[in-house]
Design a protein around this ligand. Structure first.
Ligand code: ZN
Length: 447
């Protein structure tokens, strides 16, 4: 079998159970276990070389032993094999068929992230077959519930590493791609190394009232109180801030941009409020410059003629360093300024993961090796520090590597391809898949 065939076989394993699953739910776990076995069958040389450990259907760990394990701290490569659910009727291809059409493989998880995971395995398999041995220990940790916050997978795996006393020089996880056509006026593709990640928190805002018949509504209604609270949140957004990572991104981008955009980006910090005012109209850029608040769910009565006993809104916040879970809640409560509105955390909240300061200056653990691997797979592509505004499994591992984390996917994607991640007709070009393998192969030989 060829690499592409193995990748397509990986896509055909439906590792996206559509409903919430608890550990022990065999319908959700059987495909995850099947995927773990598939890797063992498909990459036999690597599996002869590396130690494999299965903690659960959600957690698969490998140690690829180095020849000089004491010479350098190990490096950890992360990936996940679960995928998000699909709305089948909105696809033009079978989401689990791995159809090859016009140079693309179609399927859920092709970009996020079986194309990456099999790219890692192909790179390792090839090198093992050639007799290559890394200098230091390389660890791989693959999770089966990243799309559900990694509670049973990444979180548990990270705890296992901590119990075993294993820590890392640096970590590589999925993340931002080689962006093609992301910013108007910039023609060069950009290798976006996300060295910082925003935090994640959902808040429930609830207002209670006496239930009753809609023919006799109270003078002050819970929905109106909630509406006023939401309006106040809109009027009092989180302040803009230029983190060192984002400042570094604009500074590196400046020489690639035409004037006057270039001069403007180079002076972002100096311009301060002027810079923010000019760029914040774009939601993509605004998300890099502040903690964002998305109003995602609203709930009231189940019937049109019944007063609700409770109305609820859910806010999804993405926290920019140095905001914390506590300080962001305090900020929201102050903006609402109304005791009738209860504010509580909903689900798992995680704070932001700031950059290792060494990384923002194009240095620090792993930067050079990452740049060289990028150059091998995508010659002439510049590497820029970047901020991941979404979350990755790597947040669970941050303490194991002193926050030296890269969140990077070695695939060149345009905005149209990016929109297919978690969307319909997700697909990856065969060209990207092959270059991804080259990236990991080049990276591993440098470690
Ligand atoms: Zn992913």
């Amino acid at each position: 079998m060829e690499p592409l065939d193995r990748f397509r076989a990986a896509v055909r394993i439906e590792t996206g159970w559509p409903e919430a699953a608890e550990p022990g739910d065999s319908r959700a776990e059987a495909p995850l276990t099947r995927f773990q076995e598939f890797l063992a069958e498909s990459y036999p040389v690597f599996h002869k070389t590396a130690e494999r450990r299965v903690l659960s259907p959600y957690s698969l760990i490998y140690r690829w032993p180095g020849v000089e394990p004491d010479a350098a701290k190990p490096v950890l490569i992360l990936a996940h094999y679960d995928v998000v659910p699909v709305e089948r009727e909105k696809w033009t291809a079978d989401p689990f068929g791995a159809e090859l059409r016009d140079g693309y493989v179609y399927g859920r998880g092709t970009l996020d992230m079986k194309g990456i995971l099999t790219g890692i395995m192909e790179g390792a398999e090839r090198l093992c077959a050639e007799g290559f041995k890394p200098r230091r220990d390389l660890w791989f940790a693959f999770g089966g519930d990243e799309e559900r916050a990694g509670v049973f997978g990444a979180k548990r795996t990270a705890a296992w590493f901590a119990e075993e006393g294993i820590s890392f020089s640096w970590i590589l996880d999925e993340g931002t791609p080689i962006a093609d056509g992301m910013i108007r006026g910039i023609t060069s593709p950009l290798g976006l190394f996300s060295i910082e990640e925003k935090g994640y928190m959902s808040l429930d805002l609830t207002v209670l009232q006496k239930p009753g018949h809609a023919s006799r509504p109270p003078r002050i209604q819970a929905a109106a109180v909630l509406g006023r609270a939401l309006e106040r949140i809109v009027k009092r957004p989180f302040p803009f801030r230029l983190t060192p990572t984002v400042e570094g991104f604009f500074r590196d981008l400046a020489p690639l941009a035409p004037q006057p955009m270039s001069a403007f980006m180079a002076r972002a910090r100096l311009l301060g409020p002027l810079f923010f005012a000019a760029v914040a109209g774009s939601p993509d850029i605004a998300s890099m410059l502040r903690t964002t608040v998305a109003m995602t769910q609203l709930e009231g009565s189940a019937a049109d003629n019944v007063m609700p006993s409770e109305v609820r809104a859910v806010l999804n916040l993405r926290l920019l360093h140095p905001w914390t879970i506590e300080s962001a809640i305090a900020f929201i409560k102050k903006a609402i300024n109304d005791e009738q509105v209860a504010v509580t955390v909903h689900g798992l909240a995680t704070g932001p993961v700031p950059a290792n300061p060494g990384h923002t200056g194009h240095g620090g653990p792993g930067w050079q090796e990452m740049v060289e691997a990028l150059e091998t797979a995508y010659p002439g592509t510049p590497a820029l520090p970047f901020l991941m505004v979404a979350t990755t499994d790597s947040r669970h591992y941050q303490e194991l590597a002193g926050k030296s984390i890269f969140r990077f996917s070695p695939h060149k994607l345009n905005p149209e391809e990016l929109a297919r991640i978690h969307g319909h007709d997700e697909r990856i070009s065969v060209e990207n898949f092959n270059r991804g393998i080259r990236f990991y192969e080049a990276l591993f030989t440098r470690l």
